[in-house]
Design a binder for this molecule. Structure first.
Ligand code: MG
Ligand code: ZN
Length: 243
């Protein structure tokens, strides 16, 4: 028996809920030369702006909306992840919040293809929309021409995941337990907002694990950290967090 009555599951999307990285995979499949270019261009151009620019380039080459949607639907997404989150959702006591540096179109398209379009209570990410010509227009969540976020632990200018998590909790909290699933260095900021009773489900061998090892103690990380590599192992962890 658990005394957890209200639980929040927070998911990063790329390499966390999904088993690949949308921003990179789209170009690996449709324009590998642009994927190569991104490896160096990312040091000069903010990442979301670079993806927006690259989407304009593939549109100019004639890559269609249908091709991009098919790529998203075909992108690796582990059945064990679908199973794990669907079980918790069906139990009805867990709130689901997606916090991602991808964009609304990539995430909505993939979730719908997996039958998960009703999983999340809220999705916070960069806004995107198709125009009539089939161009996917992408913008930063935090407008570069307006007030900027105040993050001090390294979030990209498009969004501070820690500030977004705080805003979500202020509106929908409190929760007895928060479970944060993430893999990347930009998931380090939000997990610093977690408490002792919360859990980080950290994907092994990626940026978040490195930052936890190097900075976790110094930055006062309080939450328990559990590691997983394949989604079937994340599912095993989720099964222990059923309420
Ligand atoms: Mg990620
Ligand atoms: Zn931040």
């Amino acid at each position: 028996m658990s005394n957890v009555q209200r639980q929040l599951f927070v998911f990063d999307f790329d390499w966390s809920l999904a088993d690949q990285d949308t921003d990179r995979y789209i170009f690996e499949v449709n324009a590998p030369d642009l994927r190569r270019y991104m490896k160096t261009a990312k040091f000069e151009t903010q990442w979301t702006d670079l993806i927006a620019e690259s989407l304009r380039k593939i549109h100019a080459r004639g890559i269609t909306r249908e091709q991009i949607e098919k790529t998203l639907i075909d992108m690796p997404f582990h059945p064990a992840m679908v199973r794990g989150v669907s079980k918790l959702k069906a139990e009805g006591k867990t709130t689901f919040f997606c916090l991602s540096n991808a964009n609304t179109v990539f995430i909505d398209t993939i979730l719908k293809s997996k039958g998960l379009e009703n999983l999340f209570d809220q999705i916070t990410t960069n806004p995107a929309e198709w125009d009539e010509s089939g161009l996917l227009k992408l913008r930063r969540r935090v407008d570069p021409n307006g007030p900027q976020h105040q993050c001090k632990v390294g979030c990209s200018p498009n969004m501070c995941k820690g500030e977004e998590l705080e805003a979500f909790l202020a509106q929908h909290g409190p929760f007895d337990r928060i479970v944060y699933t993430g893999d990347g260095s930009n998931d380090f900021c939000p997990i610093l907002r977690l408490r002792r009773q919360d859990v980080v489900c950290c994907r092994s061998y990626r940026g978040l694990q490195t930052r936890i090892a190097e900075e976790g103690e110094k930055e006062g990380l309080e939450a328990e950290v559990r590691y997983w590599a394949g989604a079937w192992e994340a599912e095993e962890i989720y099964n222990t967090l059923s309420i």
